[in-house]
Design a protein around this ligand. Structure first.
Ligand SMILES: O[C@H]1NC=Nc2cccc(F)c21
Length: 238
């Protein structure tokens, strides 16, 4: 997969693209992520990227020209990208959307600003996406959240062990089961016996039960949603 990111704050992406699973996926060539500074696509001396809103009001609005120039430049060759705009009032991002986006050969993410982007930019956009109903200063963190969730789903990006964990559970949006590691007892708190038993079938069913119980307790709507979609097996429903 190739992702092009358009932003006025490219520096925010430096560590994200170098560290961890995402950093390895890029350095190994499994995925290609290019961050572009919208300012590099301006033509005036002051490299202006935003301006005051017509009709008055607070804040600044990202101008259309530099973004269109970047889009034209970056889509001259190769496959047309599926274009996302990170927007406070966009469609709520979730695991289902992450799975759908992970199947696209090429993405472009235009990072919005809280005050907004000129409406005409949306003629380039396939999906306006928000990561939540809270006020951020810009769309760069949402872009990193989206890339993190999407890139980890690309085959080969996660190590073998981790990909085993990316089972139908997490990808159905169910909450995870409790995790423990050594020591078996710490400050009087013991690891559940079943996890020390080495009985894999029992361990698996304990984990499944824990995950379903926690999801039912904290996020009952996820269970309802899966029921409606017929994505819960008979024994999981018991
Ligand atoms: O993800 C959203 N949630 C909250 N604030 C935002 C600000 C700018 C862009 C954006 F996508 C967002």
């Amino acid at each position: 997969m190739r992702i092009d990111v358009l932003t006025v704050l490219p520096g925010l992406f430096d560590c994200f693209l170098k560290e961890g699973v995402i950093g390895k996926a890029i350095s190994s060539g499994k995925v290609e992520v290019k961050v572009h500074n919208i300012r590099d696509f301006t033509t005036d001396k002051h490299r202006v990227v935003d301006d005051v809103p017509y009709g008055g009001g607070p804040g600044m609005v990202l101008k259309p020209e530099p973004i269109f120039r970047a889009y034209d430049e970056l889509t001259k060759e190769g496959e047309k990208p599926y274009v996302l705009l990170t927007e406070p009032w966009g469609e709520k991002f979730n695991q289902e959307m992450a799975v759908e986006l992970s199947k696209k050969p090429r993405l472009m993410i235009i990072c919005g600003r809280y005050e907004g982007v000129d409406e005409r930019v949306k003629s380039l956009v396939d999906r306006e996406v928000s990561i939540g109903d809270y006020v951020l200063t810009g769309g760069e963190l949402p872009a990193m959240v989206i890339m993190d969730a999407v890139l980890r789903l690309i085959p080969g990006v996660l190590g073998n062990l981790e990909s085993l964990r990316a089972d139908s559970f997490s990808d159905r949006g169910l909450l995870g089961y409790p995790n423990y590691t050594r020591p078996a007892e710490f400050r009087g708190m013991k690891v559940p016996e079943v996890l020390l038993s080495g009985h894999h079938k029992k361990i698996e069913s304990w984990r499944k039960e824990q995950s379903l119980r926690k999801t039912l307790e904290r996020r009952p709507e996820i269970i309802e949603n899966l029921k409606r979609k017929g994505l819960l097996t008979k024994e999981e429903l018991e």
